[in-house]
Design a protein around this ligand. Structure first.
Ligand code: NDP
Ligand code: GDR
Length: 326
């Protein structure tokens, strides 16, 4: 039975990946932090076979213990401070967790394997935010990085550390440069879920409007369950490398609003949206769209859910959840 350790198990991707690996017959170990993390019980309900291990990306000894407990064949590093907006407010912590945390985990694997790093396959959750102020469109593996937030800078550090451990120690380390991916399990702080939940609550008469920042930014949004499948596929290849994972189609926040309100039969979305300067970011990433040709050709990966289906699925799920609360 293959064994996998997932950091960030309580996040959106952690749960989808744990479900996928469990369905493939893996023994899955999920690393959770904190002395009483309320999200752990949700993970245990959704993936009953999971084993939770304690650990924090800022604490090397805890990473070594997690590896000792799990004895993994594969490690997926999904743990991070992942909200770009927060990264300006807690830049140092973001650097510690999202950036140096990757180095700490790679070092822990090097120590755990006694320098035989090739025997544990490693996935790093890199991000399209590394492209930031984009140097070319669409963005591919060879596109130079220009991060625009402390989060993007920290992810760029983690990305290059992953490449460096591959080149220095022969680590089987892959960096997945994933574009935005969403789902009904997306955190409420991210714009898609803020909108789909807001739309559901407006439709049900529980909320008057949605307060947003920049409506012009464009993102390449895909479905999270599709994207965790690409992570797993990367670690099954004969040689490790980096892959862009994206749908190749970009939409603006306005497009998102049109689609989400349309899903509940509201055409006049502007009456329900308020813009607040305080939600504008100090430096914005205007337009991301990925070219995932390598992933499609080498991994045989392609997205199964398009933008309209994704937003409809999220609105429907929020309508159900909010109706219960009514
Ligand atoms: P989430 O924000 O939903 O989950 C983040 C996870 O990281 C949570 O489980 C959180 O635990 C954990 N975490 C936070 N701080 C620490 C720490 N100090 N030590 C250990 N774990 C910690 O993110 P997603 O699931 O959406 O994303 C997964 C990964 O992929 C992240 O690294 C993200 O940056 C990256 N990524 C995400 C994309 C997306 O569109 N979703 C796109 C590209 C990259 P807790 O519950 O305790 O807070
Ligand atoms: P992003 O996602 O920064 O792309 O990072 P987010 O949903 O936070 O923002 C997307 C765009 O929407 C604009 N926006 C708002 N965003 C939020 N959160 N709240 C608002 O009210 C709002 N109004 C407008 C933002 O300015 C931005 O342009 C996500 C995270 O999952 C990262 O961890 C991941 O690496 C990248 O996707 C790829």
């Amino acid at each position: 039975m293959p064994r996998a350790l997932i950091t960030g198990i309580t996040g959106q991707d952690g749960i989808y990946l744990a479900e996928l690996l469990a369905s493939k017959g893996y023994q899955v170990f999920g690393m959770a932090r904190g002395q009483s993390n309320p999200k752990v019980s949700t993970v245990e309900q959704l993936v009953p076979s999971i084993e939770i291990v304690q650990g924090d990306l800022t604490d090397l000894p805890s990473l070594l213990s997690a590896l000792e407990m799990a004895q993994p064949d594969e490690v997926y590093n999904l743990g991070a401070i992942s909200f770009v907006g927060l990264s300006w407010k807690q830049a140092e912590l973001t650097g510690e967790v999202t950036g140096v945390g990757v180095l700490r985990l790679l070092e822990a694997i090097r120590i755990h394997t006694q320098n035989d790093m090739g025997r544990v396959r490693f996935y790093q959750a890199s991000s399209s935010e590394m492209f930031g102020k984009v140097r070319e469109t669409p963005q591919r593996e060879s596109t130079p990085f220009y991060p625009r937030s402390p989060y993007g800078v920290a992810k760029t550090f983690g990305h290059y550390m992953t490449v460096n451990y591959r080149e220095s120690y022969g680590a089987f380390a892959c960096s997945g440069i994933l574009f935005n991916h969403e789902s009904p399990r997306r955190g409420l702080e991210f714009v898609t879920r803020k909108v789909t939940r807001g739309v559901a609550r407006i439709k049900l008469g529980l909320q008057d409007n949605i307060v947003l920042g920049n409506l012009d930014a464009k993102r390449d949004w895909g479905y999270a369950a599709d994207y965790v499948d690409a992570m797993w596929r990367m670690l099954q290849q004969p040689t490790p490398t980096d892959y862009v994972v994206a749908t190749g189609v970009a939409h603006s926040i306005e497009d998102l609003l049109v689609a989400a309100f349309a899903a509940v039969g509201i055409e006049d979305w502007r009456s329900y949206v308020v813009q607040d300067q305080r939600l504008m970011r100090p430096a914005e990433v205007d337009h991301l769209v990925g070219d995932s040709t390598r992933a499609r050709e080498e991994l045989g990966w392609s997205p199964t859910v398009d933008f309209d289906q994704l937003i409809e699925m999220m609105v429907e799920s929020d309508m159900e959840a909010e109706s219960v609360r009514q």
